[in-house]
Design a protein around this ligand. Structure first.
Ligand code: PMP
Ligand code: GLN
Length: 380
């Protein structure tokens, strides 16, 4: 038998590649983004309570209603923006499923999707599996600023979707209010859908405000928001997230969701519904990770790496152009094998693997891990 691959050029995700290598060489793993400390015991207890109380069968297809209500409550409180828990919020199997389902619900063969590069790695394959084509807009290190005139030029009659991500993985930059207003203006009067990946919504530093699409009424009316409890509550392996969108968009999303996963882990949803009633559990995240960012940057301030402090996410981009001419992938591999520290080469997310000599380091780690990592980085 012969089969033509639907994704002939797809490689194994860089996160698996680097984490596997880190494991093999017993390196400090600052590559794939996940904490090396335990999440809140209260939340773990709530999950086992829910299991013991018998919530071990299928959850409702769009998610446990109390959790959807609690999510709606958060948007009301933080952004004065309302999503109807009945039909505008779906609990998903991580943000990854939300992104895939939103794209699959709308992208047809030959539709164009604008993606800013570097881009989180699940966006493009999801578009291509659906026959869509990607129009990349490459942003440049270290500012990764969007030139909205360039976006205007790239929008065509075939543009069906624009994908944005703020705070941005992997660069740690954020969109300003002005960026959002520009996006709103460019999409006004079009049929373009915006997919706004806001998984790091609560991990934002230096008193900056997260600019959610839901703060901009015209943008909100054409947007999906995707979010991840894994990032927010230090349990990336639970793979639970959600998606919000106006009813007309969500109606189509749910058609894909129901036959993609049908429904999501039930006891975890019951536990999350209770846990997020206390806003402190997510409102304190910014200062928690800002402390880690500041510690990490202070520890490596005399190293030969150059950096602009991350403004959000739990990633820090480090420029090594004063240290080596090697391409970023080769260097990331060598540092893992020879120096015992793993990172992510940013070229993996760039158009044509553009190599700006930048590596991404995850600082969602204990202070002790960060100190051990800095000791290594200071000697490179
Ligand atoms: N988008 C971005 C920008 C991410 O960094 C991640 C990883 N958390 C995801 C989406 C996927 O989230 P999840 O692990 O909840 O599927
Ligand atoms: N979001 C995580 C990161 O950026 C990785 C998730 C994954 O491995 N798929 O590192």
């Amino acid at each position: 038998m012969q089969h033509k691959s639907k994704l002939p050029n797809l490689e194994t995700t860089i996160f698996s590649v680097m984490s596997t290598l880190a494991h093999k060489h017993n390196a400090i793993n600052l590559s794939q983004g996940f904490p090396d400390f335990k999440g809140d015991q209260k939340l773990i207890d709530l999950v086992s309570d829910a299991m013991n109380a018998g919530h071990n069968h299928y959850a409702p297809m769009p998610g446990v209603f109390k959790l959807r209500e609690a999510i709606a409550g958060k948007y009301d409180m933080l952004y004065k923006s309302s999503y109807n828990p009945e039909n505008e919020i779906t609990v998903t199997s991580g943000a990854t499923e939300a992104i895939y389902s939103a794209i699959t619900a709308f992208i047809r063969p030959n539709d164009e999707v604008i993606v800013f590069r570097p881009a989180y790695d699940c966006y493009i394959p999801s578009v291509e599996l659906n026959g869509g084509t990607v129009t990349s807009i490459q942003l440049q290190s270290p500012e990764y600023k969007v030139n909205w005139n360039e976006v205007k030029e790239k929008i065509s009659s075939k543009t069906k979707m624009i994908i944005i991500n703020t705070p941005h993985n992997p660069s740690g930059t954020i969109f300003s209010k002005e960026d959002m207003l520009q996006l709103q203006e460019l999409t006004n009067g079009t049929n373009i859908i915006v997919l706004s990946d806001e998984v790091y919504e609560h991990i934002i530093f230096d008193k900056e405000q997260h600019q959610s699409v839901c703060l901009f009424p015209d943008l909100k009316s054409r947007s999906f928001i995707t979010a991840s409890f894994g990032k927010t509550f230090h349990n990336t392996g639970w793979k639970t997230g959600y998606c919000c969108a106006p009813k007309a968009l969500m109606d189509e999303f749910v058609k894909v969701h129901q036959f993609n996963v049908f429904s999501v882990n039930h006891p975890i949803q019951i536990a999350l519904a209770e846990y997020i009633k206390s806003p402190n559990h997510y409102l304190e995240l910014g200062s928690f990770f800002q402390h880690k960012r500041d510690l990490f940057l202070d520890l490596i301030k005399d190293s030969r790496f150059k950096f602009t402090a991350s403004k959000g996410t739990y990633f820090q981009a480090l420029d090594y152009s004063d240290i080596s001419n090697e391409n970023d992938f080769d260097l990331a591999v060598r540092l893992t094998k020879e120096k015992g520290i793993a990172s992510i080469p940013i070229s993996a997310f760039n158009a044509n693997k553009l190599d700006n000599k930048v590596l991404r380091f995850c600082f969602a780690k204990t202070d002790d891990t960060l100190k051990r990592a800095a000791d290594i980085l200071n000697k490179i």
